[in-house]
Ligand binder design. Structure first.
Ligand code: SF4
Length: 480
């Protein structure tokens, strides 16, 4: 794939219909056309949104069940990804197949960077493939033939999964498979090929990382939050400092609740905690003056005298509000950013408890938050499967006594806002009988220049601003 700064694109080879005869692909060949950086980013963000939806649906419903298929179909339509052969295919159908192709390869680059990222990517792509392969119906054979996967007989080792559940007839070392079960073999093939391709892609990382246009984008995508930007603070000044303890108990997600408690107990937070919690507080509506007062009043109860606070800490707070240095107006951290970067070490309280706490400690923490015990094991199961945000969603449901949150959690501020909406009765949710104990709502996360116009969509400029700004902040005013 090559990238140009203008948006003109052209196809080098044949017409789209010839390149993309099916709405599902094995992604054997990388795209060879030129695309603009804008398309590069928007295609990747759209696919990331889709994969995140696939993850959520996969945890909430049994894969390939009717409700699962229905939910997934709605998402695919909404995000405009191909999934079904239509009797009269139009140019638009091929255009979305092209987007499918290109976006898959971009995310390969972003998600080949670590074992954890690769595993997550393969799982979502596999689920996406399974759904679409099943949707091919009588075109399956044609699709397999097109991909040179015509199975007459396969070797025993290719069909272990089917042998295990006794769905094959085995003779002379060959496995004879009923046609409806072919999907398992095909999925196995898809997984192996993708896994191998990601390993190959990861070896070319040094080359990719030397491209100054792509590197920030790809890093951003692998930590990406693709929802609303919480930098637009509608509630500025509407929260008083006296309300904070009660809001923490009712509407904070566990990550922020943990930071708030540590601050109240120790009258201090280290740098990572101050960044994570400070930006969250800004996102829920604290003004700069309130933030300075909040942090100062707590720190001077500990070992920091007022003069020291003014010298060492107030600069960083003003900085995070875009009032110092390069005047980057930082937005609160998203879940992905908290989960994927800067893991906490001894003495730190930042991070995501679902990702960074030992399971036994997490269990105790959930008990101390009065999480119903029946739900704690569900949460721990989700954590075990590395579905940290879904575990947090489950915590929201349990602590608000609702059946289904009705939103896809991706940001601590989203958690807070949704909780507040729910507690104030302005949000309609499927609710169980008793009163909620806690609640929450929120989203967000790209840094924006305080003087710029950028708002919700993560653009490459915004990504760069984020990185430059953070680097500046870390190098200029760092105090433990
Ligand atoms: Fe916080 Fe997100 Fe982790 Fe929940 S999933 S605790 S909101 S970082």
């Amino acid at each position: 794939m090559q990238f140009s700064r203008n948006s003109n694109r052209r196809l080098r080879c044949s017409p789209l219909a010839e390149i993309y005869p099916f709405p599902v692909q094995f992604y054997e060949q990388p795209p060879t056309e030129n695309i603009s950086l804008q398309d590069f980013e928007s295609f990747a963000v759209e696919r990331l949104k889709l994969l995140k939806s696939i993850e959520t649906i996969g945890v909430s419903y049994i894969r390939a069940s009717e409700p699962y298929n229905k939910k997934l179909e709605i998402e695919l339509r909404k995000l405009k990804f191909p999934y079904r052969v239509s009797s009269e295919e139009k140019l638009d159908d091929y255009e979305i197949r092209r987007k499918d192709h290109i976006s898959h390869f971009i995310l390969r680059l972003a998600y080949c960077q670590s074992e954890e990222l690769r595993r997550w990517f393969i799982q979502q792509e596999l689920d996406f493939f399974r759904f679409r392969f099943n949707e091919l119906l009588d075109k399956q054979q044609e699709f397999l033939k097109h991909n040179k996967l015509e199975y007459q007989t396969v070797f025993f080792t290719d069909a272990l999964e089917l042998v295990r559940v006794r769905k094959v007839f085995v003779k002379d070392g060959f496995a004879y498979i009923p046609h409806p079960e072919i999907v398992i073999i095909v999925l196995n093939e898809f997984r192996q090929r993708l896994s191998k391709s990601l390993a190959i892609a990861s070896r070319s990382l040094p080359v990719i990382q030397s491209d100054e246009r792509l590197q920030p984008l790809l890093n951003h995508l692998s930590h990406a939050y693709v929802g609303q930007d919480y930098s637009v603070q509608k509630n500025v000044g509407k929260i008083s400092l006296e309300q904070i303890d009660s809001l923490a108990a009712k509407s904070y997600p566990p990550c922020m609740r943990q930071l708030h408690k540590a601050l109240r107990d120790n009258h201090h937070l280290r740098h990572g905690g101050r960044m994570q919690y400070g930006l969250f507080l800004k996102g829920i509506g604290l003004t700069l003056e309130q933030a300075l007062q909040f942090w100062k009043s707590e720190f001077i109860k500990g070992k920091v005298d007022p003069d020291k606070f003014d010298k060492l800490y107030s600069y960083n707070i003003r900085h995070s509000f875009g009032k110092e240095g390069k005047r980057v107006d930082y937005t609160p951290f998203s879940c992905m950013k908290i989960i994927m970067s800067n893991p906490p070490s001894q003495g730190d309280y930042h991070g995501c408890p679902f990702r960074h706490s030992d399971p036994e400690l997490l269990k105790q923490k959930l008990q101390s938050y009065k999480t119903p015990s029946a739900g704690i094991s569900q949460i721990l199961d989700l954590v075990k499967g590395m579905h940290y945000q879904l575990a947090c969603q489950k915590y929201f449901e349990l602590t608000h006594n609702i059946d289904e949150v009705g939103f896809s959690l991706s940001h601590p501020n989203q958690y807070f806002i949704e909780s507040q909406k729910f507690l104030s009765g302005s949000r309609d949710v499927k609710k169980e009988s008793s009163q909620p104990e806690n609640s929450q709502r929120s989203q967000g996360s790209q840094p924006t220049r305080s003087t710029s116009t950028c708002a919700s969509k993560p653009t490459s400029q915004a990504v760069s601003a984020d990185m430059e700004g953070l680097e500046e902040l870390l190098s200029e005013g760092y105090t433990e």
